[in-house]
Design a binder for this molecule. Sequence first.
Ligand SMILES: C[S@@+](CC[C@H](N)C(=O)[O-])C[C@H]1O[C@@H](n2cnc3c(N)ncnc32)[C@H](O)[C@@H]1O
Length: 485
Amino acid sequence: MLTRHLLKQASTCRHFLLNSKTSSPLLTKSLLFSSSSSSSPESQSPTTTFVDDKVTDQYPSSTSISIDRSDLYNPPDHSHEPTSESELVKHLKGIIKFRGGPISVAEYMEEVLTNPKFGFYISRDVFGTEGDFITSPEVSQMFGEMVGVWAMCLWEQMGRPKQVNLVELGPGRGTLMADLLRGASKFKSFTESLRVHLVECSPTLQKLQHHNLKCLDEDDNGDGVEKRTISTLAGTLVSWHALLEQVPSGLPSIIIAHEFYDALPVHQFQRASRGWCEKMVDVSEDSMFRFVLSPQPTPATLYLMKRCKWAAPEEIEKLSHIEVCPKAMDLTHAIADRISCDGGGALIIDYGLNGVVSDSLQAIRKHKFINILDNPGSADLSAYVDFASIRHTAEEVSANISVHGPITQSQFLGALGINFRVESLLQNCTDEQADSLRTGYWRLVGEGEAPFWEGPDEQVPIGMGTRYLAMAIVNTKQGVPVPFQ
Ligand SMILES: C[S@@+](CC[C@H](N)C(=O)[O-])C[C@H]1O[C@@H](n2cnc3c(N)ncnc32)[C@H](O)[C@@H]1O
């Protein structure tokens, strides 16, 4: 009922500006890799963007190269392209030299992505003109709206608390949260309860989120009282934090992690004649990065052992590589702990497996796979998420935590009513807008190539519906969350 009501309400208060290959300059170029196709970098795909005629866009949309990373897998062999050394490369080599030995792939990944000075995410909008990939919230506003429906349903199940922390981990451009707040803005009792907390390590992206949430900063009266920031999309308080631990506790929480876990650093292990060895990053005599295997067990081996205990021996026996993500375990522990103490729930959506992940780490620069060690800092690094490990970690925290899923993104969005939403939007749009809506819808819930596509083959939209998975962690007081029943 609530879902239908929200969808009906949302459809009447929205306007779309549709970007398509024919509506330049708001053009998005999208390169979709699939197991069966190798698309041209010139591939283009329509996307949907809101029009807001009240606020001038400080970050104008422009042509970008984007990638759906969901079905990317093994990278090509390592190639050594001669490049001048970036500050990050010097920094990484400095760590290896200072330590007197190689560093783990996890440490390498963490430095590459989030080093406070030189990290990939830190000083640029990786989703924009210089962008490397596209994510579901950027594909269609319907994604953020459906996550909003999920959050409202959970809030109902929580007994409509007067105050709730709505936390998003790694909000990127802030698009998901903006669509969620816009979609929910007519439900005053819900939005008035919200305290939005964005956990983001990148100062550049924090600014972009502030802009896209149409935030206003209250004047600092010099009275020593901390100044507040309010999103005008729904009149909600917004604040930023570098870590989940910095979000004030004591209120029930709704936590959203979309494509956050895949950016957490993974340790890689390889089966060798002497047993499982950790893969490490070293510098060769010709001053290039290279992989080496640890000669003896490393501290991360404890996490490997823990992970293997959760798996059936047959699952491990067939693998020659295993990835483990201690940061994902720690984060899940922190989420489950908070939900156990304060109430609420978390939604995790990402690409991954419901089991042990073998060798999934990928580097993507612009529209191409590159080797993980090539020019670090110039490419995104991401790994498949091990949903089974998240489940085991959360369940270990407390008996009043329950874990649901994973289900596919298609099942998740379908059960929340994306079909009603797209139908209602299609009733009031131009042909061009309808094409864009159908394309966005297919990319969110479809599997494989879109059957309705009449454009060039290399531009066919590829569905993300089964490659992305959704999982919920909730306090058992809330019962089973929608739509995991
Ligand atoms: C792959 S992007 C996903 C963005 C967004 N959720 C979306 O779907 O469009 C990862 C996001 O997490 C942020 N991030 C990555 N590692 C982080 C960390 N350790 N702490 C806080 N934010 C982090 C990045 O800056 C970025 O905003």
